[in-house]
Design a protein around this ligand. Structure first.
Ligand code: NAD
Length: 483
């Protein structure tokens, strides 16, 4: 097996195996071969993870922020030094092309560690004068945090959750997606190598039930999920029972709006990035591309040309631009949407079929003349399928863009500065782009509104989601009791 980890779990500073847990096969999406096997965490493994996290967190909260930061920064350096090996593992885990993973996964994880390391020593409270008395505030860690990941960005998600959590003095127990269980183990290993005390970063494997068992433990203070809306509903409800903090990074069906005056090449580039990066398996993708009628034919002509030039193939070949989707199940789901698009009368511009018969490859697919009621315009597909819709004017497109239960992202391409900002002000989305798409630097808050989630990852905003404020009233004079 090409990517077998040392053991299934990483708990209390070391790899840990327990073969009593059900087996999970790790499949390389480019070939369908089994590249590793891990075991689901048994209740004993979960208990060890939570107990060690609770023990270690109590000590970690007492470490000076600048010392916590030094460890995280060292981990960021180690990740960058090992970027190639980590990127190859990411490619084996997900099937995403090396051309992407070399620049978007471990490196983005390192950015998060570096960013929160830099930020945390500057986090302070405030003093509120009250005449003779005063109040001061302290930002304290939450305690033991649980992170649950989706399969599309296993390294990045593990880092985006653990970096702010650890920086603020929390412990993290991360459960990767059962589809891509390998990368998070390396993140934990590197953090410990960088000096992180045992127990602060644990990785336990398993399907949904393992995630569910973590959330309801009374020692857990917070859960951060990256996943689908149906899972989000369950996890949010389970967290509510214990009044736990939550961050929910869920799905989307985001609009990308192209006005007549847009630069065609840029708009087509944005639409390609917003639909075909990672074989379309990106939560913030702009999968409803609204194109104003005056630019439609030019836009579609260039879109078809550039889509057909995409190099699909072996993700380990650095010249390849698109790999397979993550699993056979995901491929079947995406192909069913392609058939639904054809059946509902959308015009297939290019693609629309599986490629080859070994791995889970789907040709990048563009539908034009899509209408708002078609399934491909309403539901999250999570694959390389772009729906192009026509529109006439600004008011109409804003109404239609917002007519969805999701609200993760939105984009607008126009040369009209005031229109761009006016439109963004009206779009119901947590992350918006003007004349760009799908860039998610750690400096910027990331997250959704409506069913796409609650809370924000990255940026200064994440600090608030991994800490709580204590308010301390200090009485400086005699206590005036009326009794
Ligand atoms: P999923 O919802 O099927 O699974 C997500 C994770 O939740 C997995 O680790 C799974 O094991 C776990 N899980 C399932 N049921 C659970 C339960 N009852 N309790 C606790 N944990 C449970 O999602 P997926 O198919 O892995 O990922 C695709 C989805 O994730 C898409 O909807 C996509 O939009 C979304 N996503 C969102 C973001 C974001 O930042 N907003 C990023 C990436 C992916």
């Amino acid at each position: 097996m090409r990517a077998q980890p040392k053991a299934s779990h990483f708990v209390d500073g070391a790899y840990l195996e327990d073969r009593a847990g059900a087996e999970i096969e790790v499949i390389y999406p480019a070939t369908g071969e089994v590249i590793a096997r891990v075991h689901e965490a048994t209740p004993a493994v979960v208990e060890r993870a939570i107990a060690s996290a609770a023990r270690a967190q109590a000590e970690w909260a007492l470490v000076k922020p600048v010392e916590r930061a030094r460890i995280l920064r060292r981990a960021a350096d180690l990740i960058r030094e090992r970027n190639r090996a980590l990127s190859e593992l990411e490619t084996l885990d997900t099937g995403k092309p090396l051309q992407e993973t070399l620049v978007a996964d471990a490196t983005s994880g390192a950015d998060a560690l570096e960013y929160f390391a830099g930020l945390v020593p500057a986090v302070t409270g405030e003093t509120i004068p009250l005449g003779r008395d005063f109040v001061y505030t302290v930002r304290e860690p939450l305690g033991v945090c649980v992170g649950i990941g989706a399969w599309n960005y296993p390294t990045q998600i593990a880092c985006w959750k653990s970096a702010p959590a650890l920086a603020m003095g929390n412990a993290m127990i991360f459960k990767p997606s059962e589809v891509t269980p390998l990368c998070a183990l390396k993140v934990a290993e590197i953090l410990v190598e960088a000096g992180l005390p045992a127990g602060l970063m644990n990785v336990v494997q398993g399907r949904g039930a393992v995630g569910a068992s973590l959330i309801t433990d009374p020692r857990v203070a917070k859960v951060s999920l990256t996943g689908s809306v149906p899972t989000g509903r369950k996890v949010y409800a389970a967290a509510a029972e214990g009044m736990r903090h939550v961050t929910m990074e869920l799905g989307g069906k985001s609009p990308l709006i192209v006005f007549d005056d847009a630069d065609v090449e840029d708009a087509v580039g944005g639409a390609l990035l917003g639909n075909f990066y990672s074989s379309g398996q990106v939560c913030s993708n702009g999968t409803r591309v609204f194109v104003q009628k005056g630019i439609k034919e030019r836009f579609l002509a260039r879109l078809k040309e550039r889509t057909e030039a995409i190099r699909l193939g072996d993700p380990m070949d650095e010249a390849v631009q698109m790999g397979p989707v993550v699993s056979a199940a995901q491929m079947e789901k995406v192909l069913a949407y392609v058939e639904a698009g054809k059946a509902e009368g959308a015009r297939l511009v290019t693609g629309g079929a599986r490629a080859g018969d070994g791995g889970y490859y789907i040709r990048p697919t563009v539908f034009a003349d899509v209408t708002d009621t078609m399934a491909i315009a309403r539901e999250e597909i999570f694959g390389p399928v772009m729906a192009v819709l026509d529109f006439e004017d600004e008011n109409e497109v804003v109404t239609r863009a917002n007519a969805t239960e999701f609200g993760l992202s939105a984009g607008v391409f126009t040369r009209d500065l005031t229109r761009a900002h006016r439109l963004v002000g009206r779009l119901e989305a947590g992350s918006c782009w003007i004349n760009a798409y799908n860039l998610a630097p750690v400096e910027a808050p990331f997250g959704g509104v409506k069913l796409s989630g609650v809370g924000r990852e990255n940026s200064k905003a994440a600090i608030e989601h991994y800490s709580q404020i204590k308010s301390v009233y200090v009485g400086m004079g005699p206590v005036e009791a009326p009794y």
